[in-house]
Design a protein around this ligand. Structure first.
Ligand SMILES: [Zn+2]
Length: 438
């Protein structure tokens, strides 16, 4: 119950009008000038941006990019106001294990929730019942989904299976039979674990029958993984959003399954490492973002470190705004036997060519030896595994130029590959450095 007075209601209406207008017409330069000058003025109250002076396009374009590491190293210098002014306080744990404090003002929450909800409205239906398998404590992710469901008027239950003392897999399957969710929000790793468990128990066909949509977020999900999950559940699997805790949601899915940039909520630019240019209709580069509706921690020209490809004709749905595909994240690449390996490469092969429910890449410290372990799907026929191993070997060689030292199926992968949280890095969950990969 965040809205409790006239001012809150006005804020909600304003966010709603802006989001609805943006779905009909792309934002104009006047719109961006107004919104940028407002966030510029808010940012000037923080330690990090106290010397930026007054807003003009010229001063904006001369402002150096803000590296993501600078924000992570000193998050409080970007904060505006006292903690007592915040509506919520979250913390997130990055891949380095460092905790990032994340206060949110009412404005931060309302603007982001409405902008995402209006985008997802085109995917969800008014009859939906929603299961939210995301964590509620400390991190903001489940609160966003709950906010969207409240805004859209959809019945929903938080049912994160790792809330010790409250929820577990048994509780979840009991609750499932009653709620009969049509839409499931989950991180891919958690959904894969649920899939395995239900398949082992023989209850997957019964419990998946009500589900139309799998809404994946919190971790990178590749097309091959979404296809695989969609097949198991006989449902459509979406990569529902792209963004970060620091920036809010940058892009949201459309009914056709493309991520469209939310250009009314952010001012986007691309950089090739030297020059920074306004977002083109089509192009590639590292995404630079100025979120237009941040209040607790306004950010100007944040270098996301994400290599993206934007395109104006990739999707033929009616949603305005270029689509975005994240090609790579800084720090997420891996070198194995001299070959650069990205999550997309590996998962196209693992989930595209085998029925494995997970995988682990094991490399030695020098990166000279590597094997890949594949997790056997419950009830799968071991007689098929020789052919699957051969298919992985051949595809790795032909598509990636990589010869594995070993490819093997096993019954269950270590629990580190089953990320129970969100925003985990691929390298942390699916790559293990061992003394010898033999
Ligand atoms: Zn689309």
């Amino acid at each position: 119950m965040l809205i409790r007075d006239e001012a809150g209601l006005r804020l909600l209406r304003q966010a709603q009008e802006e989001a609805l207008r943006a779905r009909r017409h792309p934002p104009t330069e006047d719109f961006h000038t107004r919104k940028l000058s407002e966030v510029w003025a808010r940012a000037a109250k923080s330690q990090a941006f106290r010397d930026i002076g007054a807003f003009s396009w010229d001063s904006f374009e001369r402002l150096p990019l803000t590296p993501k590491d600078r924000l992570k190293q000193d998050p409080w210098s970007f904060a505006v106001g006292e903690l007592a002014e915040a509506a919520k306080y979250y913390e997130t744990t990055g891949t380095s294990g460092r905790v990032t404090p994340t206060p949110r003002h009412l404005e931060d929450i309302v603007w982001n929730t409405v902008s995402v909800a209006e985008a997802w409205r085109s995917v969800l239906s008014a009859e939906d019942r929603v299961a939210i398998l995301l964590p509620s404590d400390i991190v903001p992710v489940a609160d966003l989904i709950v906010g969207v469901c409240e805004y859209l008027g959809l019945p929903h239950t938080r049912m994160y299976p790792f809330a010790t003392g409250i929820s577990d897999w048994d509780r979840l399957s009991g609750l499932w039979s009653t709620l009969r969710p049509t839409t499931v929000f989950a991180a891919p790793g958690v959904l894969m674990q649920l899939t395995r468990l239900l398949a082992q128990r023989g209850t997957l066909p019964g419990l998946s029958a009500c589900v139309d949509r799998l809404m994946l977020l919190g971790e990178v999900s590749t097309p091959a993984l979404r296809t695989r999950l969609g097949t198991w559940w006989d449902a459509t699997a979406y990569d529902v959003s792209y963004g970060s805790t620091e920036t809010g949601t940058l892009a949201a899915t459309c009914p056709a399954g493309s991520l469209h940039l939310l250009t009314h909520a952010h001012y986007f630019e691309l950089t090739d490492g030297e020059r920074v240019t306004p977002l083109p209709a089509d192009g590639t580069g590292r995404l630079v973002v100025t979120p237009l509706n941040l209040h607790a921690r306004p950010l100007l020209r944040l270098d996301t470190g994400d290599e993206v490809e934007v395109s104006s004709d990739r999707c033929d749905c009616a949603t305005p705004g270029s689509t975005v595909v994240v090609r790579g994240r800084s720090g997420d690449g891996l070198r194995v036997r001299g070959v650069g390996l990205a999550i997309h490469d590996v998962e196209e092969i693992v989930y595209g060519l085998t029925t494995a429910t997970g995988y682990l890449v094991e490399i030695d410290e020098a990166g000279t030896r590597a094997r890949i372990l594949l997790e056997r799907a419950p009830g799968s026929d071991r007689a098929d595994e020789t052919a699957a191993v051969e298919a992985v070997r051949r595809a790795s060689r032909d598509r990636l130029g990589l010869a594995w030292d070993g490819i093997a199926f096993l019954n269950a992968l270590p629990s580190t590959t089953k990320s129970g949280g969100s925003q985990k890095s691929w390298k942390r969950t699916n790559v293990r450095v061992v003394e010898s990969a033999r």
